[in-house]
Design a protein around this ligand. Structure first.
Ligand SMILES: *Cc1c(COP(=O)(O)O)cnc(C)c1O
Length: 421
């Protein structure tokens, strides 16, 4: 297809032939975004799930400004700095007990690659042949080759299939079918001697906001433990309050062997990620033998400005006021979706913590169905930033969202159903 306009910037997950205009945003403040053409939008998806306390939170902005003027980048091999040390210390106080080491990187995908490399490095360094990874169907772990390999296969990665490595898949624990998932995991762990199992705890995000209960997470951990399969929790999306607790694993009383956090780690202000692990994984790499080094880095590992933002975010979580907001958003969200639970135009109306999701009943389902962009355009016209996954509409607001904002968001969703269902 020949294009007739100049397109200098190639946007992510965007089909430019179908969408040539991008909404230009000038400014963000709390739950609001201000467009160049003078509109105020409500950010109902936290700008792709990253903004937790609202855009441009003054405490985080100040920390960034101060750090940027002091030390804004330093090689992290052989060197360290206060912001990274403070973030590591504060993180270790708050993550599930048993996670003892922090490895920094700069995106969720990278934190997953690091997790996979830690797992394989562990088995390699203790001299055991365990290389396979168990994954859950419909999962999403990122868009790099390794993270795509452990994620759902489909139209998003069909072209790259030849580069992706083989994994063992178990089904999503749909309600009433949890035992099938647990049996499949147990069988994989017993018979295939995998290196690790990677999973999004409690909610599969990009896979369609699919939710499952804490007891299933707990059982999956027990099964992995019984066969010494490393348990990797990808909390890139679920971390930082989204599921109602700081981290989703807390609700199942699970300490993963390896955990990935990113997105909200800086409150959504700057890119940063961490992969945490238990001591035995670190110890398997600890040696006077240089070949056992953990061979991973990125140029901006533990960038001081990003770490200062993360430290500021951790300060906010110290404050009961910010923790209370999570509970209050969860309550407001439950109240807001109550009416949709009995609305026949919607199915699977669901909530975990601060996240709600509902499926618009339509013959036109699936991620690539036209209903997704149509809904998106409708919400845009209502000054709502919502980006449905196909016919699945979800609301994942920053925690400063008000009841009035939520009223506006759900009125938009109701009207979208009137207009498009
Ligand atoms: C967003 C996401 C990732 C990838 O994070 P990026 O920062 O976009 O690379 C990985 N895992 C999960 C569960 C995610 O939601």
């Amino acid at each position: 297809m020949k294009r007739n306009s100049k397109i200098p910037i190639w946007h992510p997950f965007t089909q430019h032939a179908l969408q040539d205009e991008m909404t230009r945003i000038d400014r963000g403040d709390g739950a609001y975004l201000f467009t160049a053409d003078g509109r105020r939008m409500i950010d109902a998806i936290s700008s792709w799930w990253v903004v937790t306390h609202g855009h441009c939170h003054p405490h985080i902005v100040r920390a960034i400004q101060e750090q940027a003027a002091k030390l804004n980048q330093i090689i992290f091999a052989g060197y360290t700095h206060d912001p990274a040390e403070e973030v590591a210390q504060e993180l270790l106080k708050r993550v599930p007990r048993g996670l003892d080491h922090v490895f920094f990187s700069d995106s969720g995908s990278a934190s997953v690659e690091v997790a996979l490399k830690m797992a394989l490095g562990y088995w390699h360094n203790i001299g055991k042949q365990r290389i396979r990874i168990v994954v859950m169907q419909r999962s999403y772990h990122g868009d790099t080759i390794g993270s795509m390999s452990v994620g759902a296969r489909g139209v998003f990665n069909a072209a790259y299939g030849p580069l992706l490595f083989d994994v063992i898949s178990i089904p999503f624990p749909a309600r009433g079918h949890e035992q099938t998932t647990l049996d499949a995991l147990e069988s994989a762990c017993r018979h295939e001697m995998p290196a690790a199992f990677i999973v999004e705890p409690l909610i599969l995000g990009a896979g369609g906001m699919l939710m499952y209960p804490p007891w299933v997470l707990k059982e999956m951990k027990v099964i992995c433990e019984a066969s010494d399969v490393l348990f990797i929790a990808d909390e890139v999306m679920t971390g930082w309050g989204r599921t109602g607790t700081l981290f989703a694993c807390e609700q199942a009383d699970v300490t993963p062997d390896i955990a990935c956090y990113s997105k909200g780690i800086t409150g959504g202000a700057l890119p940063l990620a961490v992969t945490l692990c238990r001591s035995d994984i670190f110890d398997a790499h600890y040696s006077r033998d240089r070949t056992r080094t953990f061979f991973h880095s990125s140029s901006y590992t533990a960038n001081p400005v990003a770490c200062a933002a993360a430290k500021a975010n951790l300060d906010l979580w110290q404050d009961q006021k910010y923790r209370d907001r999570v509970a209050s958003v969860a309550t407001m969200q439950e109240q807001a979706i109550a009416a949709f639970r009995v609305d026949k135009r919607f199915a699977n109306v669901r909530r975990t913590g601060t996240i709600t999701a509902l499926d618009l009943k339509t013959s036109d389902a699936g991620y690539l169905a036209d209903i997704g962009p149509k809904l998106g355009a409708f919400f845009e016209s209502r000054n709502l930033l919502l980006r449905p996954l196909g016919n699945t509409i979800y609301v994942m607001p920053p925690y400063c969202v008000t009841a009035a904002d939520l009223d506006e968001i759900y009125a938009g969703i109701r009207d979208a159903a009137d207009a498009l269902a």
